[in-house]
Design a protein around this ligand. Structure first.
Ligand code: SAM
Length: 455
């Protein structure tokens, strides 16, 4: 690991006292590797990660495991099929929080700083039925990666947007839950990402803390009275953590929410506000901070009943509709040549999002219609609501699946039907067009694996 910045070392020695040597020792060890399975996709019986059984579960998150070693994830078809997400274990504590604060009824949630999508995929797996999650990322290139990860995770409950926090003005009081996983000085990532050390500076600490307040100020109005704001960072710096929660509580009608737990490895934050710290010498994970604030008062949200938010009726092509496991649960939409589906109970709200934000993706884009010809889209192959029984299926072994994911030709097999779903161990990966003696690979060019298979 690169040399730690001296002012950081000094501050941590003061903060941790006699625990400090254990903390610095932990920073010299290999970071643990952990994954979270996609509960809607992962056939639990598959011994895909036998090593997970020995490395143990992540205790605060369902379906999450440590691995004994870091595999070459790029060459694992399951990852490309959205069967699991590689996620740092401390940050999965969000699952434990959600289990305590989520109601049973549907909600509207916003993940404001969402790329690359770790917490959005986690949230989308835990949302009550009929809910919607807006996964937003301000930086365009990062929003593209977020969109890819959301499509692969395969939930139709997510809308991906590319906006600055100040753009959410039309959505006052609209969200039951807002997650602000704020951009921060990244001290908790020093072990895992040496760049975080290079980018650290005392000047940047100050900028981060100012930016966090600005982000929260911009978005606070969008939280519904009674709604929850989960704030998190991956730094140890008090001005970006406890001080931000204290500032929120001073500034707004809000209360701090206690999250009950029995994990000795979690350190209480240094504040009257309830908050939780994760240190690498105590937790099998990286540095992390989180706390929950509940809004006590504020304006209620009403969906404006204007014409612009009405959904124009669209019907799906019959061959596409036949591929949906539960077509009655969705409202179809059309966007130029693309047709997609939205969850019925959120369709009007999503239309409002369309009219007020830069929406990059919504629901599930199921097909493209060009000159009356219907082409199934990659998202449909990856979607949790696809009825695979209605598709001609090519069950690809690992080598063939990787060849497909490299967007190269895979050997044809005798199958009838125009469009063939390529799967690996039951996980949908994408489509090939059946030309009889050849299969045309329709895997998206921008997602293809660029690595050599034998490397
Ligand atoms: N929640 C993500 C996950 O779990 O995968 C990680 C989010 S990362 C800690 C913080 C994100 O905030 C980055 O993607 C960054 O681009 C974004 N960001 C940077 N400046 C921002 C700003 N001014 N407002 C909102 N988001 C910002």
């Amino acid at each position: 690991m690169n040399t730690l910045p001296a002012p950081f070392e000094e501050r941590m020695r003061k903060l941790l006292g006699e625990e400090a040597p254990a903390f610095f020792d932990a920073l010299q060890t290999e970071p643990p590797v952990s994954i979270r399975l996609n509960p809607r996709k992962f056939p639990a019986s598959l011994p895909i990660f036998p090593q997970a059984a020995t490395a143990g579960p992540v205790s605060w998150c369902p379906d999450a495991f440590y691995l004994n070693a870091r595999p070459l994830f790029t060459l694992d078809p399951y990852l490309h099929g959205g069967a699991y997400y590689v996620q740092e274990a401390s940050s999965m504590f969000i699952a434990h929080i959600l289990n305590q604060i989520l109601p049973e009824k549907e909600i509207r949630a916003l993940d404001l700083c969402a790329a690359p999508g770790g917490k959005s995929t986690l949230l989308s797996s835990l949302l009550p039925p009929d809910s919607v999650l807006v996964a937003n990322e301000v930086i365009r290139s990062r929003a593209t990666i977020l969109k890819e990860n959301i499509i692969k995770w395969g939930s139709e409950q997510v809308v991906v947007t590319n906006n600055d926090p100040s753009d959410f003005g039309a959505l006052r009081g609209a969200f039951d839950l807002i997650l602000v996983d704020a951009p921060c000085s990244g001290e908790g990532m020093f072990r895992k990402d040496p760049n975080a050390i290079q980018e650290w500076s005392e000047h940047n600490l100050q900028l981060c803390s100012e930016r966090q307040r600005r982000i929260l100020q911009d978005i606070w109005d969008c939280l519904k009275p009674g709604g929850f704001l989960i704030y998190s960072t991956c730094t140890y710096h008090r001005e970006e953590n406890e001080a931000i929660l204290e500032w929120l509580l001073r500034q707004y009608d809000a209360r701090s929410v206690e999250i009950r737990h029995s994990f000795d490895s979690i350190t209480p934050g240094y504040s009257e506000a309830y908050c939780y710290r994760f240190y690498p010498h105590k937790t099998r994970g990286e540095g992390f901070f989180t706390g929950v604030i509940q809004k006590t008062e504020g304006p209620e949200f009403h969906l404006p009943a204007n014409k612009k938010n009405k959904i124009s009726p669209v019907s799906l092509p019959a061959e596409t509709r036949a591929l949906l496991a539960y077509p009655e649960l969705y409202t179809p939409y059309a966007n130029e040549q693309i047709v997609g589906i939205l969850p019925v109970r959120q369709a009007a709200f999503i239309r409002l999002l369309d009219n007020s934000l830069r929406v990059l993706y919504k629901g599930c884009e199921v097909a493209e219609i060009i000159h009356k010809k219907v082409r199934p889209l990659p998202a449909l192959a990856l979607w949790q609501g696809l009825n695979q029984d209605q598709c001609p299926i090519y069950q690809a072994d690992k080598t063939t699946a990787l060849t497909f994911l490299k967007k190269e030709d895979i050997p044809p097999i005798p199958l009838t039907g125009d469009w063939i779903l390529i799967t690996h161990e039951g996980i949908g990966l994408g489509w090939c067009k059946n030309l009889g003696n050849r299969l045309n690979n329709y895997y998206p060019k921008e997602w293809r694996i660029r690595m050599q298979l034998n490397s």
